[in-house]
Design a protein around this ligand. Structure first.
Ligand SMILES: [Zn+2]
Length: 313
């Protein structure tokens, strides 16, 4: 079974303008000659918008992916502005997709823990709307070990669902330091029964910190989205990193993800997902070139069997 543990469904109004401007700024000043972020702004989300989920499902069907897990991110409070589509509506839209594409489309609830009523909506989403877990995005302005998050953790344990934390870099002016995995060390020691998923496994530089923290926690999982860029650029480098991850936490605790957002400009020939799947699938055959060995059993676990377990499907 192949399960992509980290995708997104967007529409233009699903993110605050401040966040979109941060993405545009990042792109504008990445290399010389610098560009004007204002000119990039209109393009940042339109090319990856697919609120009906149709492009996403057509694409995964064509690629032989059995299921995807969509992550909801709530950034309104961080930018002190409400996005065009209120977060409650975004959650509702995801609930509809869970129904529409049953068994194929799964989603993690996402709402800033500082919002009033988050816990009730979360419980309802899990119990009555088919959601499979919680996604938290600390760069929005809180640390995972802040007591404001604790009611979420207690509820996750009670309902036996995992929480996925963003542990990677981010866009300005959000604070990437807040997603440092060290904050999760305390969370796991306070809540050893909480299933913690390290989203993006600290890409690009914190993956070793995550191994240090998660090694002895049998409820910790590493989710690989974003690493496709590293594998694409330097296949051998990522093979060595992945081997170290497997050797440290075990193949049963690693989950394939892509961060794929379907949209008119990200599907078909522009889609990077096929290359990622192909890279992972062929790892056992590439051992001699990369000087590290992988078994097909390990790859099967990472590509979907572990996710199947976590999602209880
Ligand atoms: Zn993501």
């Amino acid at each position: 079974m192949i399960i992509d543990m980290h995708v997104h469904v967007w529409d233009e109004g699903y993110q605050p303008n401040g966040y979109k401007f941060g993405m545009a700024k990042n792109a504008a000043f990445k290399k010389l000659p610098f560009r004007d972020p204002k000119e990039i702004l209109p393009k940042v989300m339109s090319g990856a918008s697919d609120p009906s989920g149709k492009l996403l499902i057509d694409e995964i069907d064509a690629l032989g992916i059995d299921a995807v897990v969509a992550m909801i991110v709530d950034m309104g409070l961080a930018f002190n502005e409400e996005q065009e589509t209120p977060i409650e509506e975004v959650i509702e839209n995801h609930a509809e997709l869970i129904q529409k594409y049953q068994g194929k489309f799964f989603a993690f609830f996402g709402m800033d823990p500082r919002r009033k009523g988050h816990l009730k909506l979360f419980e309802d989403a899990i119990k009555n709307k088919g959601f499979s877990g919680l996604k938290l995005y600390p760069p929005c302005g809180f640390t995972p070990d802040d007591s404001i998050c604790f009611d979420y953790y207690e509820k996750c344990i009670q309902l036996d669902v995992p929480v996925l934390f963003h542990t990677a870099n981010t866009f300005p002016p959000l604070d990437p330091g807040l997603s440092h995995p060290a904050y999760l060390s305390k969370v796991s020691s306070l809540y050893p029964d909480l299933k913690v998923i390290y989203g993006h496994v600290g890409r690009p530089f914190w993956w070793k910190d995550i191994l240090q923290i998660s090694e002895s926690n049998t409820n910790a999982y590493l989710e690989l989205s974003g690493w496709n860029h590293v594998a694409n650029k330097d296949p051998k480098k990522f093979a060595i990193i992945l081997r170290e991850m497997i050797d440290t936490v075990g193949p049963h605790r690693i989950l394939m993800g892509s961060d794929f957002s379907a949209g008119p400009k990200t599907i078909g020939e522009r889609n990077r997902l096929p290359a990622w799947l192909n890279y992972l699938r062929t790892l056992p055959d590439m051992s001699s070139q990369y000087n590290v060995n992988f078994t097909s059993e390990e790859i099967d676990l990472i590509m979907g069997d572990n996710a199947q377990n976590i999602l209880k499907i």
